[in-house]
Design a protein around this ligand. Structure first.
Ligand code: IPD
Ligand code: CA
Length: 274
């Protein structure tokens, strides 16, 4: 079946901007906060409302399309990736930031067709930052083309990593080890609180490398294509090919830096999404 990817992109970009209004209105309100996989893995009524808004609106335009959404998955929807057009949605990446009113949050949406990523959209409606990419058509920040920095060595890199939302002792030990290993080697270390925004910042050339072990397909689907279309590299932290369902990612401004990071960081294997 032929797919009208231009139409999918334009329609879902509009829907994303509409959904962004809900987040923008609520960012500094009091929210109802519930926990999911750990005492610091949060969901608010706004996460759920935004995901439902996006899925309902896409379905009204494209009734055959499938979805993998962070909050629907938390409610027990099975994660199955088929060859059908599948929108992988994080309604608010950076929910902890959202709960605190720290405006580094975004909607992250990737489209896979035949299991290949075709579209990536990352939108921060509070700071009005829009990152997009289409397969073979480059990556954009607020409609201007972007490119990774091209940095090749850790000793000249500004790196991002995250503390994550798990209290698993082994996971926390590996995170601490990696901070200890990398911060004396790199120019600096940053942690913005959103996997998708970290990836977007690698695409933008502001961050040279980012990795995380213990995240999900909805955190990475859009960022993966945006980084690659900006000329960057996305791999598994072990150095193997990237696997969207593996719960881990390493992306960098060059293959050299990706390989050096992969050889340097301590590894942690989270549970898979499928
Ligand atoms: C979280 C963010 C954070 C990462 C966590 C994710 P959420 O996503 O991407 O940066 O460290 O592992 O769970 O829960 O805010 O959608
Ligand atoms: Ca997320």
């Amino acid at each position: 079946m032929a797919h009208n990817l231009d139409k999918y992109f334009e329609t879902v970009l509009k829907i994303t901007k509409e959904a962004g209004k809900i987040i923008r209105q609520r960012i500094w309100d009091v929210k109802t906060v519930q926990t999911k996989s750990s005492a610091i893995d949060f969901v608010t009524e706004v996460d759920q409302q935004v995901e439902k808004f996006i899925i309902d609106d896409i379905t009204s335009h494209f009734p055959d399309h499938k979805f993998i959404g962070e909050e629907s998955s938390a409610e027990g929807h099975k994660i199955t990736l088929t060859d059908d057009p599948t929108w992988i949605i994080d309604p608010i990446d950076g929910t902890m930031n959202f709960v605190h009113g720290y405006p580094n949050i975004c909607i992250s949406i990737g489209l896979l067709v035949n299991k290949v990523t075709e579209i990536g959209i990352i939108y921060n409606p509070v700071l009005e930052q829009l990152f997009t990419a289409r397969k073979g058509q480059g990556a954009f920040y607020n409609d201007k083309p972007i490119h990774v920095s091209g940095k090749k060595v850790i000793s000249e890199a500004l790196l991002a990593m995250e503390f994550g939302s798990s209290r698993d002792p082994e996971k926390m030990r590996v995170v601490q080890e990696n901070v200890k290993i990398l911060y004396p080697l790199a120019h600096g270390m940053r942690s913005v609180g959103s996997a998708a925004l970290n990836m977007a910042n690698v695409a933008l050339g502001g961050i040279d490398g980012y990795f995380e072990m213990g995240i999900h397909a909805w955190d990475m689907a859009a960022g993966d294509i945006i980084v690659r279309e900006a000329g960057g590299v996305v791999i598994d932290p072990t150095g193997s090919p990237f696997d969207l369902m593996s719960g881990k990612v390493l992306c960098a401004a060059s293959l050299e830096l990706a390989q050096q990071l992969s050889a340097t960081v301590k590894q942690y294997t989270p549970s898979r999404d499928n």
